[in-house]
Design a protein. Structure first.
Lengths: 327, 327
């Protein structure tokens, strides 16, 4: 197979190295392949007509969508080194006969950690205590254990189920919300999205862990935030545009929400003057919730090679992006 | 049995109410008793000669130790509504024939929550990210999952074992340190305190969860902090005097320690001018790690009545404080 990898020119992303690729290919028993690397659209253009599998991150694939791909007549697969592919949507640019793959499955360990941490920080009242610390105020505030809180996770995929699994081990009953109400082994209960409004008043901690699609954009609207009970907490590890950010900030400032732990924003990076940084009881982390630098590339490549094996066998590709759904 | 309860005049502590006591006694099948309540040492003095069981918190029992107890000729048991009784030590004041009980077992749920939260906050690098948020700086920093960190917990009692149990469920290998190296079901390994210096260089996150006694005071000395690896984290939910606080602050300021989550201090409340509040990468919470207001009194009373049942049966009392050891 003729493979081309677009890698970042600097270390701002987890670019694949030749050694990582060779190691993962050998571990997967991948048959012989030929491989090229490039940084710029011109680097890709120079080999485009031979490439069967193109690999890159969203920012590196984005400039190739129109024009550069026209010459890629041998292309069959594109592997995006990310789980969320909203940055490449809408998908009209994807040539006929080319399958788009993401790396879902890479992020579960860290997502589980982050969701548990965020839920515990909200359950324990850390946002208020961190503010008290800044003012050197000794102000004890007690809270019930996490296992008594009702946690609702929007999204039962790789990220949401990792959170539900970890929270479940700690005795928390987690409700999942997804497109269908089909049961999921990691969730105590699963409801479809039509049930969301009815679930919100019973939710102590709401976690957004679903893909950003035209359907899910703004799913946590101002009206839905108002449906959460006084003092509820919100966690977002999906995408910033899943929530009405201004409504979230308003609900935190007013005290309707007790706290929020947000890892994703619109836009990213957050500009220094953005109100998010300074909103009361809001903890902001810079899109780090799901990425483990030590395991990210090996896991991601193992997922790629599992898909290549399925592709050669003519089987369904576990990481195929359904471009109509957007994930 | 003739029982007297000293309760706080205000709601600064979790004082028992008559209704809570009656409910717990009925649930435990406690035989008939007579009960009085008081706030001041004079209240106790008025009934001291009849009281067989005296109940109170450390601050309420403290002023009774010398003098008031001399008249308590019927006294057999004192129940301290706390797990750590260091505030009543040394124990020379305890009359012959009177057994001191603590409420260990009350705090486990919340202690498990807090230890997991603190370990995740340190593992995820939250102290540095909270500082970046204060400066509105977008500065991604990635970290490996918690399960790859080595956690050492000093103290394998109620608090430490709750932490080890919860961390173990999340896949963390936890090492316990206690007086003897006897195995403990919640810990992957247990070592005696003589092994501590050898364990520290291998410890990513160190949790102090042991009682404060003459032996344990200052156990996390400046020299031992230096034995921890660069970037290690420290959690303290035991007592402030377990650690050399100034050495902790110095090691955080110098960057030798990556972070600390401290819930206990010397003194408490921490004065506004104390350096703890402002130390780099130090998260300070106001002694709230182990107390759940909803369950604290019911759990504590259930423990008391289990001990009274054992006492009437002439059996060993599970919550008897060994005054020679100090816990």
């Amino acid at each position: 197979m003729r493979i081309h990898i677009q890698t970042p020119a600097d270390d701002t992303e987890f670019g694949f190295t030749p050694a990582q690729f060779a190691t993962a290919a050998a571990a997967a028993g991948e048959p012989p392949y030929s491989l090229s690397f490039g940084h710029t659209p011109e680097d890709f253009a120079a080999v485009a007509d031979q490439v069967e599998l193109l690999i890159g991150s969203t920012p590196l694939l984005k400039p190739l969508r129109f024009g550069a791909l026209a010459a890629a007549t041998s292309l069959r697969l594109i592997f995006v080194n990310a789980a969320g592919v909203d940055g490449l949507s809408p998908f009209g640019w994807l040539p006929d006969g080319v399958t788009l793959l993401n790396n879902r499955g890479t992020h579960a360990n860290k997502a589980g950690d982050f969701i548990v941490m965020a839920a515990l920080m909200l359950s324990t009242g850390m946002p208020g205590m961190l503010a008290a610390q800044r003012d050197a105020r000794w102000q004890p505030a007690f809270s019930p254990p996490l296992a008594t809180r009702r946690v609702t996770i929007l999204g039962t995929g790789d990220l949401g189920s990792a959170g539900a699994r970890a929270l479940g081990k700690l005795g928390v009953q987690v409700t999942g919300v997804r497109r269908s109400a089909a049961p999921h082994p990691d969730f105590a209960a699963v409801h479809d999205t039509a049930a969301l409004d009815a679930l919100l008043p019973e939710t102590g901690i709401l976690v957004l862990a679903c893909p950003l699609t035209p359907d899910s954009a703004g799913v946590l609207s101002r009206a839905r935030i108002a449906l959460l009970p006084q003092g509820a907490g919100v966690v977002n590890i999906g995408r910033g545009r899943l929530a009405d950010q201004d409504a979230l900030c308003d609900a935190l400032e007013s005290g309707h929400l007790g706290g929020a732990v947000l890892d994703v924003f619109d836009p990213e990076p957050l500009p220094a003057e953005h109100r998010i940084w300074r909103t009361r009881n809001l903890i902001a982390t810079p899109h780090i919730s799901c990425d483990d630098p030590a395991s990210y590339n090996p896991r991601s490549l193992a997922i790629l090679f599992a898909n290549l094996r399925a592709w050669r066998a003519g089987a369904a590709l576990p990481n195929r992006v359904d471009t109509a759904r957007g994930y």
